[in-house]
Design a protein around this ligand. Structure first.
Ligand SMILES: [Zn+2]
Ligand SMILES: [Zn+2]
Length: 252
């Protein structure tokens, strides 16, 4: 059975991507350095729950997040006290965002850096993913929603990848991961030739989509960056949905 294919048109982002990447790369290097030095210490403080999500991000040790966050602030030459960061973290927990864009990026990178330790711990313990098909797109470790699937070599087995904690889990190969529809005629795979090895899998029943990286065509080292780099595909898919799916669903 041949999957339905469609074309996406993305727009160029005049050099912004390159600037963003340079900023990201410097922060990521610092995160990696921190992990090398501090991972063993923080690993010993983490406890996984008996059921998914095994370690939701709001339960990560705030001291670890602040420690790494402060390193990233120092790198960016931003002076701020630990207690001010603690207040921001508490506001984040209450969904009150008080950070400017750069502070928010450093915070997200710190959160990622600590969540990766939890993800690695879950790997080492071999925790099972959720057996609830409704929740299959939620990371069993940190509980965040994932919109990134990977077809792994050599057979193309499909897994979900969590860009927050780096955990991966197996999912079914055919059909929609959101509404569970197995009708392959209702799945359409959109691609843009400027992003080889990546397709956007859109479900025409529920109107949701995920990004699918074919690991047999494209080797990815940093999935978070890959997801950010290919955000134009998400925007183009939203537009495609507005033009094709939402319109036709209003008519009926
Ligand atoms: Zn996760
Ligand atoms: Zn669906």
């Amino acid at each position: 059975m041949v999957a339905k294919k469609g074309k996406l048109i993305t727009t160029e982002g005049d050099g912004i991507l390159e600037q963003t990447f340079q900023k990201y790369r410097l922060l990521k290097q610092e995160v990696d350095k921190w992990q090398q030095e501090r991972k063993t210490y923080w690993l010993n403080t983490l406890n996984l729950a008996d059921n998914p999500p095994y370690l939701p991000i709001l339960d990560l040790p705030s001291e670890a997040i602040i420690e790494l966050w402060q390193r990233l602030n120092t790198l960016a030459k931003v002076e701020i006290s630990d207690s001010e960061l603690r207040i921001m973290w508490e506001k984040f927990i209450k969904s009150e965002n008080v950070m400017d864009a750069d502070m928010s990026t450093r915070f997200q990178m710190a959160l990622n850096g600590v969540a990766h330790i939890a993800g690695e711990m879950a790997y080492q313990k071999g925790v099972p993913a959720s057996d609830d098909p409704q929740g299959i797109t939620f990371c069993p470790v940190c509980g965040e929603a994932s919109t990134l699937a990977v077809l792994t070599p050599p057979t193309g087995k499909r897994i979900m990848h969590c860009t927050m904690c780096d955990f991966e889990w197996s999912v079914k190969r055919v059909g929609c991961l959101y509404c569970g529809s197995e009708d392959s005629k209702q799945q359409i795979f959109l691609k843009d030739e400027t992003f080889p090895g990546i397709e956007m899998a859109v479900c025409q029943i529920c109107g949701q989509y995920f990004k699918e990286i074919d690991g047999r065509e494209l080797t990815v080292r940093d999935y978070l960056w890959e997801d950010l780099r290919t955000l134009p595909l998400n925007y183009a898919t939203e537009l495609w949905l507005t033009e094709h799916w939402k319109k036709s669903n209003q008519i009926h």
